[in-house]
Design a protein around this ligand. Structure first.
Ligand SMILES: [Zn+2]
Length: 393
């Protein structure tokens, strides 16, 4: 167990999950594919190196090659190409979930209903949030965060309601977990104060709020150097124009956007987080991701509302690849580097590059599910499940 404990200590300061320890036990069985951590492998400054070998998906272009990745001090020290006996391991950048509502997991999988009845003002979501205790919310968000880690996600962007105290609750739920969070908070009704640890202001459709308040809240967020994210074009296109007038950094959904709308979006440079499983659950149709990509929009992916969807990005990737894009490389990029860009993290995570943070997942290509794969990237996108993950750094 000595190796296991040191692996746990090396990337992260604390044990954050029983599952992590279990994963590490599974991992230990595979240590022969890389050099296990031992005193002989310690570098001169005393920090440990971890060497992973297998089929590496490296660089911003997601090139697949046999080789190795050397991690040291929590960063990627070296990426090499060489033949390996361990091609049944896929070494890939960890995933980025660009849009979640983690607090909405208190009543999962309600009856299908129109969007307005589920998440609109006064809808099921808001009634549940109002009646939930702080501990129920904290516990639900903690479970969702652990689920994301189990699913290979290293960073996420959450829309957190409930004003500054709602954000404090989420920060409490995330305590000690190695997840990079970008929280888009919301002021208390009528106010403009956002929790200072927020990355930005996150608004539901502009039609859900008094327009004068929306403008004041956006100006206040900007004056504090915060980003702005807005739901738009989810159940109709009538809120797209007003959302664009706020000059947002990130738009969510755009399911109903016309080609002309998308051209305007492309002209602003805003990123777009698409959430197709959510759109299907609410009957809103599907976004034209192909057109978005063609216009050069930075398209990223979110699992959206936890009431409607798990945080499992593998399911999201399979749907997008098979139903909407037929381009596995582009889909994987949306869930890694594009997500990192949308959250201002592209210098740190999103691809396997020397100098970036060691945010990597190792996926088995020899599990019952993955065995027989001839294309690691295609299988990762179209078939892989969290249960195929051997370890997440
Ligand atoms: Zn949303």
């Amino acid at each position: 167990m000595g190796n296991v404990e040191r692996l746990v200590e090396s990337p992260f300061p604390a044990r954050w999950s029983d599952n992590w320890v279990i994963d590490m036990r599974r991992w230990q069985d595979h240590l022969t594919f890389g050099r296990p951590i031992s005193s002989g492998d310690q570098s001169s400054d005393g920090s440990d190196e971890i060497i992973l070998s297998g089929m590496v998906i490296s660089g911003d272009d997601l090139l697949v090659h046999p080789g190795y990745v050397c991690l040291k001090g929590g960063r990627i020290k070296e990426v090499g190409q060489e033949r390996t006996r361990m091609e049944e391991h896929i070494i890939a950048p960890a995933l980025v979930n660009s849009h979640t509502h983690l607090a909405d997991g208190l009543s999962k999988d309600p009856p299908y209903a129109p969007l307005s009845q589920l998440v609109g003002p006064g809808g099921l979501k808001h009634r549940l949030l109002e009646s939930a205790s702080c501990e129920e919310l904290r516990s639900s968000m903690r479970s969702a965060a652990l689920e994301m880690l189990d699913g290979g996600t290293c960073a996420f962007a959450d829309f957190r309601e409930g004003g500054p105290s709602g954000v404090s609750l989420l920060l409490d739920a995330l305590h000690g977990l190695p997840l990079i969070s970008r929280i888009f908070g919301r002021p208390d009704p009528g106010g403009t104060d956002i929790h200072p640890d927020c990355f930005g202001l996150g608004l539901s459709s502009t039609r859900d709020h008094p327009w004068e308040w929306v403008k004041r809240a956006a100006v206040a967020a900007r004056s504090r150097g915060m980003h702005l994210a807005v739901h738009a074009g989810e159940s109709g296109r009538d809120d797209i124009e007003s959302a664009l007038s706020l000059q947002p950094d990130l738009l969510i959904h755009l399911t109903s956007a016309t080609p002309a709308d998308l051209e305007k979006v492309a002209g602003t440079g805003a990123s777009v987080a698409v959430c197709p499983r959510s759109n299907l659950a609410t009957g809103c149709g599907l976004p034209d991701i192909s057109a978005m990509v063609g216009l050069g929009i930075n398209v990223c992916v979110g699992s959206d509302n936890l009431m409607l969807n798990s945080t499992n990005l593998f399911r999201e990737m399979e749907l997008i690849s098979k139903a909407l894009l037929h381009d596995d490389r582009q889909v994987f990029k949306m869930c890694t580097l594009n997500g990192a860009k949308a959250l201002g993290l592209e210098q740190e995570i999103g691809s396997i590059e020397v100098g970036k943070a060691a945010r990597i997942m190792v996926v088995s290509a020899s599990s019952r599910n993955m065995k027989g794969s001839r294309d690691p990237l295609a299988s990762l996108v179209r078939r892989a499940e969290p249960s195929d993950i051997l370890a997440v750094f």
